[in-house]
Design a protein around this ligand. Structure first.
Ligand SMILES: Cc1ncc(COP(=O)(O)O)c(C=O)c1O
Length: 391
C-alpha cells in the first residue's frame, strides 16, 4: 500500500539520537534541538528505496552523476516554475556551500580588481565565511526584517571595487520569498554596475502557502546578456530532507564563467556520491506527494510558532518560506542580564540558533520542522523560561 503523507505520517516519532545526527548529537540528551536546518521527518519512501537498491549492488567504485538525475532536476524546475534549464548549463556539486566558495574564487579570477561582494544580511552564515575564506571583501546590504524586507536605497552605493552580489532566494533567515519585482531591481542594479550574481535557491521548494511559490532568479532575467551574469545554486537537499546525501547543482549560462567555475575545483573537491545523485533523482521524480504533505504539516507548526511569539510579544518575521522561524528577542535583553537569548533558552532545555551567527544579535532562529508534539513541548519549556523572567 502506498504511504499517505498526511499529518499522521509527520506526527510519527523518529529516533535520531544515537544515529550521529549533527542536530541531535550536539547537546545533552534532555535538550530539544531546534537549530541546524534539517527535518526530523522520514523522507519519501521512494528515496529510501532507491538508496537501498543502490547499496544492495554492493559495489562502491567511482561513479559519475547519472544523466537521469540531471534530467529529473531540470524536469522538476520546468514543471513547477516554468524554468527551462539547458543541460549544458548544469554543473553538479557535492553541496551549495562549496558553490558559494567557488563563486567567490571565480569572481577573484575573472575580476581581480573588483572582487568585493554584496551580501544581504541577515543571511546564512556561510555566505560570509565563503567570501572571507576566498578573499572576496564583503559589503553588507542590511535588510529590514519586517513586512517587505526592503533593500535599502542602492543609489548611494559606492560601486568601486564591487564585482559580485550573493543572494539567498528565498532568504534564510527571514523566510522572505523574493518577489519578481524585487529580483528585477537587483538585476537592474547588477546590470548598471556590471556585477555577477550568485543566487542560493536551496530553500526554493519550501514555500508553504500555495499558490505562492518561489521565483527562480533566472526566470526574471530578460535576455542572454542578463542571464550571463548569473550563477544559480539549486539542490533537493532542504526541500526533500536529504542534506546528508549531499547533492547540488550550479546553473551557469555563460560558457566562460562555467569553465572558470569548474576549473577552480576540478580535483580539489569530490564529485557527488552515488547515494547523493540516486537520492536526488528519486526526490525530484517521486517526492512531490511527500513535499506537499510536508508543507501542509509545516503550516500547522508555523501557526504554533506564531502563537508562541505572539503570547510573549516577540516580533517574528512573516514566514513565507523555509522552516526556519526568525524571532526578535532584543526586547528580552534587559531581563536576561547579559545572557544571550540562545544561551537562556538552552539553559531551559531548548537549543535554537543564535541570530548573531546570521548578523542579527538578540534574535533567535527556530527550526520548526519536527513533530508537532515535540515542538509544542519546546514552546512549553520556552514559556516557562520566559515566565521565570517575568515575560
Ligand atoms: C541558504 C543555505 N544555503 C546552503 C545551505 C547548506 O547547503 P549544503 O549542505 O548543500 O552545502 C543551507 C543549509 O542550511 C542554507 O540554509
Amino acid at each position: 500500500m502506498k504511504t499517505r503523507y498526511d499529518d499522521a505520517f509527520f506526527d510519527t516519532p523518529t529516533e535520531r539520537r544515537g544515529t550521529d545526527s549533527s542536530k541531535w548529537s550536539e547537546y545533552p540528551p534532555d535538550v530539544i534541538p531546534l537549530w541546524i536546518a534539517d527535518m526530523d521527518f522520514r523522507v519519501a519512501e521512494e528515496i529510501t528505496e532507491a538508496v537501498v537498491r543502490r547499496a544492495q549492488q554492493g559495489i562502491f567504485g567511482y561513479t559519475r552523476i547519472s544523466e537521469g538525475t540531471i534530467e529529473a532536476m531540470i524536469g522538476w524546475h520546468r514543471e513547477r516554475y516554468g524554468w527551462e534549464i539547458p543541460r549544458e548549463w548544469v554543473v553538479p556539486l557535492p553541496g551549495i556551500v562549496p558553490g558559494l566558495h567557488l563563486f567567490c574564487r571565480m569572481l577573484r579570477r575573472v575580476r581581480p580588481e573588483r572582487s568585493d561582494v554584496l551580501i544581504n544580511l541577515p543571511v546564512y552564515h556561510h555566505f560570509r565565511t565563503a567570501a572571507a575564506m576566498q578573499n572576496a571583501r564583503e559589503r553588507i546590504v542590511r535588510l529590514n526584517p519586517f513586512g517587505v524586507p526592503t533593500l535599502p536605497d542602492l543609489e548611494g552605493t559606492d560601486a568601486r571595487g564591487l564585482g559580485g552580489w550573493m543572494l539567498c532566494n528565498p532568504q534564510n533567515p527571514l523566510g522572505h520569498r523574493w518577489r519578481p519585482e524585487e529580483l528585477r531591481r537587483m538585476l537592474d542594479f547588477a546590470a548598471e554596475h556590471d556585477l555577477l550574481l550568485a543566487s542560493d535557491e536551496i530553500h526554493g521548494g519550501i514555500v508553504a502557502d500555495a499558490p505562492h511559490r518561489y521565483t527562480p532568479l533566472m526566470t526574471v532575467a530578460r535576455d542572454e546578456t542578463e542571464r550571463r551574469r548569473l550563477v544559480v545554486l539549486v539542490s533537493p537537499s532542504k526541500t526533500f530532507n536529504i542534506p546528508g546525501l549531499e547533492c547540488a547543482f550550479a546553473v551557469i549560462p555563460d560558457p566562460e564563467l562555467r569553465e572558470r567555475f569548474m576549473s577552480s575545483y576540478r580535483q580539489m573537491i569530490p564529485g557527488v556520491t552515488a547515494f547523493g545523485w540516486v537520492g536526488a533523482e528519486a526526490a525530484y521524480r517521486w517526492g512531490e506527494a511527500w513535499r506537499l504533505g510536508m508543507l501542509a504539516y509545516l503550516r500547522g507548526n508555523r501557526a504554533l510558532t506564531e502563537a508562541f511569539a505572539a503570547r510573549h510579544g516577540l516580533p517574528m518575521c512573516p514566514m513565507e518560506a523555509t522552516y526556519l522561524a526568525f524571532v526578535d528577542c532584543t526586547g528580552l535583553l534587559p531581563a536576561l542580564r547579559g545572557e544571550t537569548p540562545k544561551a537562556f533558552f538552552l539553559r531551559h532545555g531548548v537549543a535554537v540558533h543564535d541570530g548573531a551567527l546570521f548578523g542579527a544579535p538578540g534574535w533567535i532562529r527556530i527550526n520548526i520542522a519536527t513533530r508537532r508534539a515535540l515542538l509544542a513541548e519546546a514552546f512549553g519549556r520556552m514559556d516557562a523560561a520566559l515566565a521565570s523572567v517575568g515575560r
